[in-house]
Design a protein around this ligand. Structure first.
Ligand code: FES
Ligand code: FE2
Length: 372
């Protein structure tokens, strides 16, 4: 019997698509935004093996604090143990797979599963399995590890326990942050608000939207586009591999205002700083036509709080405008009557870089010649 391979799934010539992208700015085949099998591959083999900026470090300020979430399709726990070390696990009980921790906790001593009370310490070791036989080996049934690192004020996770270190996988992150003056001192910011929005759009549409400002004077005419100069000749760009970044100067010549600096970490998160504010957002792909966008808004510790609240409000309105755009795009793609997008390279070169990254990931998935 013939088995299905990843190359059967993609159903297009990936290297020809790369050539068309680089020669003429031609995008992905439309079905890559709607197809369930392609989505499943992306989740398992791309998002499931990539570093993602997961949560603010301040949510793990004290031993005993625990945060939960989803990366790719993997439910995740990150904990700070009593010795101060940070650990990450798959949030699935080793007994019968119930979710061990159902919501974030500010302080706890153990991670106890609600189903039959198996209990783990904050380092993931199984410490109690009620009524199990005496010979039962608890040491072989700890929570399954994932990779976790701290960079600046953020916790990064990678569901792959054997992932390369963050700064090896994202080797441009540190130099780009330095060049663009991205302040990564965890003491400089405090978390003010978190939002979570489900979007009826493929995750790639959200990413593409977030990495170009060609639309800023139109879609964001009264929000972001009014406050920053989005013409490419005014901006500073960094464009390589998995780390792309942009810095747009403010429209006003008030010397107290900072540029809007955005670092995009493929495939799932965006870090932004501007006057008084930092935003970390990440995408949780849920289905070919659905993703959740989680945004953490931080205020600079010595900034005027009401000004920061106004800036947060402006960012929420900017995001709402983007949500509307990607919803429209997904609806037209679902019609089956669209063609690959045609980008404008002088304004959308970071989108082109993103599509290049997607195609490269498809190539390596195809090279596997088997499903995950
Ligand atoms: S599934 Fe967790 S204790 Fe049974
Ligand atoms: Fe936008």
């Amino acid at each position: 019997m013939r088995t299905t391979t990843t190359s059967d799934i993609f159903r297009f010539d990936i290297s020809a698509a790369k050539q068309a992208l680089n020669a003429d700015g031609i995008g992905l085949p439309p079905h890559t935004y709607t197809d369930q099998q392609i989505f499943d591959c992306e989740i398992a083999l791309l998002h499931g093996r990539a570093w993602t900026c997961f949560a603010p470090l301040e949510k793990l300020a004290h031993p005993g604090s625990v945060i939960t979430g989803q990366v790719g399709k993997v439910p995740v726990i990150v904990s700070r143990a009593r010795d101060g070390n940070i650990h990450g696990f798959v949030n699935a009980c080793r007994h019968r797979g119930y979710t061990v921790v159902e919501r974030d906790k500010a302080k706890c001593l153990t991670l106890t599963c609600r189903y039959h009370s198996w209990s783990y310490d904050l380092s993931g070791n199984l410490i109690a399995a009620p009524d199990s036989e005496e010979s039962f080996d608890k040491t072989a049934h700890g929570l399954l590890p994932i990779s976790v690192e701290v960079w600046g004020p953020f916790i990064f996770v990678n569901p792959d326990p054997d992932a390369k270190p963050l700064l090896e996988a994202m080797d441009r992150l540190e130099p780009v942050a330095r060049q663009l003056g991205f302040d990564r001192n965890p003491e400089r910011y405090r978390l003010m608000e978190t939002t979570e929005n489900d979007q009826n759009a493929n995750w790639k549409l959200w990413w593409e939207n977030a990495t170009e400002c060609y639309h800023c004077p139109t879609i964001h005419a009264s929000t972001f586009g009014a406050n920053f100069q989005s013409r490419p000749e005014n901006a500073v760009f960094q464009n390589s591999g998995f780390v792309t970044a942009t810095s747009f100067p403010p429209s006003s010549d008030d010397p107290a205002l900072k540029p809007a600096t955005a670092i995009h970490l493929f495939p799932g998160c965006h870090l932004v700083q501007e006057t008084g504010l930092m935003v970390m957002s990440r995408i949780v792909p849920k289905a070919p036509d659905l993703c959740t966008v989680i945004a953490y808004y931080f205020g600079e510790v010595d900034a005027d709080e009401s000004q920061v609240r106004n800036t947060i409000d402006l960012w929420k309105r900017t995001y709402a405008e983007d949500f509307e755009v990607v919803r429209h795009q997904q609806a037209t793609l679902a019609s089956g009557r669209t063609r690959p997008f045609r980008y404008v390279p002088s304004r959308e070169f970071q989108v082109i870089q993103h599509v290049q990254n997607v195609l490269t990931s498809y190539e390596s998935m195809s090279a596997r010649q088997q499903l995950y």
